[in-house]
Design a binder for this molecule. Structure first.
Ligand SMILES: [Zn+2]
Length: 384
């Protein structure tokens, strides 16, 4: 039988109940083992980095040729050498003269250490002969040394009929068919970002598991009648891929379906011309380590290592992408160790959701493919 005093003490402490979410920073009391991984077991190709960016962006769509350069090779190579990164792929190399500058600044300045991809020429989208102009732009990009084509999430979410006004343009719009086919013709893989995390299509409210992230970046929310649903965007992607069996599509961020690995597996099974990268998604993969481990076992030849790294100061806003030693150490720890319950990003408050991750402990044969060999095969790089 409890005393009156104890009953009083079980009353909630009202002064403590209204702690603000942003002030809640619990420290784990779990005495889990910690296995730091300074260098990867095999050389790494980071297949997803952003070292340049098109300067002129209109309503979320890159237009024009001028590029902003985020860093010089001299800024990046010391980290790459310390962290075992043989090659970085700069996905947002731009188009036309800007692309040529990106290639000069990176690929040609440090041969073998950097490769550059081109992007669609959205600035030309309103031209009546866009399909031909875009095919020509891919031919130019191939000639000047671009290793592939990268798409940001523009199609389905940003690009409109008159670039920044009118109806949204889906990824299956037939005006891009010549672009996909030109990539196939020149042996250039397409690195395709379509849609975004499922939570970004839901209200930013108390039930949204990425509430803090969306509150910090309201422009990342695609909730509302002005946007298609996540399912509609992914269905358009699948219709487009089905029309282009000779083009190779690497689906960025685990196909933007890391929360639903069964759906990603179904896509990989349906389309043999697809792969995925893991960039910016170890937070998702690492909170379901058993399903993720099975996924890596089954699709070990079709997974690319990538981080989405952006050098400072531009990367400072998004901690899970900031190019630094710690970013790579976390990825290596996730892939190589069986450590439990650790942060997926170099930041105190988790930037995607409030959870921790568990390492996969992948065997050497899979690590070697994911770190290096799958990307080397795709991009026709030397194997050892
Ligand atoms: Zn990216």
């Amino acid at each position: 039988m409890e005393s009156g005093k104890n009953q009083l003490q079980t009353q909630p402490d009202a002064s403590k109940a209204d702690l603000r979410l942003r002030d809640f920073k619990p420290r784990s009391m779990l005495h889990a083992s910690r296995t730091p991984i300074d260098t990867p077991r095999f050389p790494v190709i980071d297949a997803h980095a952003h070292l340049t960016w098109t300067t002129n962006v209109r309503s979320g769509v890159c237009v024009g040729e001028e590029v902003t350069v985020f860093a010089e090779p001299a800024d990046l190579l010391p980290v790459m050498d310390r962290k075992g990164i043989r090659t970085m792929i700069n996905l947002t190399g731009g188009v036309g003269k800007g692309l040529e500058e990106s290639i000069r600044r990176f690929d040609q300045a440090a041969p073998g250490r950097f490769l550059t991809m081109t992007e669609p020429s959205y600035g030309l989208f309103a031209e009546p002969n866009f399909a031909q102009l875009q095919a020509d732009a891919i031919e130019h990009a191939h000639r000047v040394g671009a290793c592939g084509l990268k798409l940001l999430k523009s199609l389905g979410l940003y690009l409109r009929e008159n670039i920044d006004e009118g109806e949204l343009i889906g990824v299956d719009d037939t005006r891009f068919d010549t672009m996909w086919e030109a990539c196939a013709g020149h042996g250039m893989p397409v690195f395709l970002h379509v849609s975004d995390p499922e939570a970004f299509f839901l209200p930013t409210d108390a039930t949204n598991e990425r509430y803090e992230e969306l509150a910090n970046h309201p422009d990342w929310s695609f909730y509302g009648p002005e946007f298609p649903s996540n399912a509609e965007i992914l269905a358009a992607r699948d219709r487009m891929i089905a029309r282009h069996p000779n083009t190779t599509f690497a689906l960025m961020h685990v196909g933007n379906g890391a929360e639903n690995l069964a759906a990603v597996a179904a896509c990989l099974d349906r389309f043999p011309n697809t792969l995925v990268d893991i960039s910016a998604r170890i937070g998702e993969l690492g909170r379901q380590p058993r399903a993720a481990r099975q996924f890596f076992d089954k699709y070990q030849d079709r997974i690319l290592f990538g981080t989405d790294a952006v050098p400072p100061p531009f990367g400072n806003d998004v901690p899970q992408q900031l190019f630094c030693d710690e970013l790579y150490e976390i990825y290596y720890r996730f892939l190589e160790t069986e450590d439990e319950y650790f942060d997926y990003a170099p930041a105190q408050t988790p930037p995607q959701g409030r959870w921790s991750i568990y390492g996969l402990g992948l065997p050497d044969a899979i690590l070697r493919k994911v770190y290096h060999d799958n990307a080397a095969r795709l991009l026709r790089l030397p194997h050892e």
